[in-house]
Design a protein around this ligand. Sequence first.
Ligand code: HEC
Length: 189
Amino acid sequence: MSKFKKALLCSIAPMLVAGMLGVTTQAVASGERLYGRFTKDNELYAPRDYREWVFIGASVTPNDMNDGAAAFPEFHNVYIDPGSYAHWKKTGEFRSGTVIVKELASIGTKEAPSGHGYFQGEYGGIAAMVKDAKRYADKPGNWAYFGFSADSRHGAIQEESACSACHQQNAAQDQVFTQFYPVLRAAKP
Ligand code: HEC
C-alpha cells in the first residue's frame, strides 16, 4: 500500500467510527424522547398508546380482602413510557418527564381452569403520575398525580392529600412502589 493510501485510510477510519457513533448517539437520544402531552394548564392528555409502553406489574386489592370497601378495588396494570424506562435502565432513577399509567381493570371471575383466584374483568379507566422538574417544580419530588373522567380528554391534577401523601410515605423509591415491580428492580443497574 502506498504511503498516500495509508495516510488516507488513517484519516478516514476515525471519521467512519465517529459517524457510526453519531448514529448510535442519535438512536439513544430518540429512545429518550418525552411521552407526556399537556394542556396549557399542565394537565396531562390521556396517553393513547400506553399499552405499547413497558408493562411493569399488576397489583390487585379486592373488596373481599378489605372488609368490602377497598380504596381501589380493581386490578392495577402499570406501564412506564419507553424513554423513561431506558433512562431507568441506565441510571436507576426516574427522569424528569417520566409518565406512569395505572390502568384499572375490574375483577371478573374467581374461577378459571387454572384454579380459584382473581381474574381480570373489564377495562375501568386510568390514573397517572408524571415527574417534571419544570412543570411541577413546586410539588414534592416534582410528581403530579392525575385522575381521569370518562368525558374528558385530559386528567385533573389531584390534591396532595388524595394521592401524593400516601406515595411519599410508603413507596420504596421516589414515590413509585418499586417494591411491587420486579420488572423495574431487575432492570436497575
Ligand atoms: C393509601 C395509599 C395510596 C393513595 C391514597 C394513592 N395511591 Fe397510588 N398506589 C398505592 C400503592 C400501594 C400502589 C402500588 C400497588 C397497587 O397498585 O395497589 C399505587 C400505585 C399507583 C400507580 C402506579 C405507580 C406506582 O407508584 O406504583 C399510580 C400511577 C398511582 N398509584 C396513582 C395514584 C393516584 C392518581 C392517586 C390519587 C387519586 C393515588 N395513586 C392514590 C397507594 C396509594
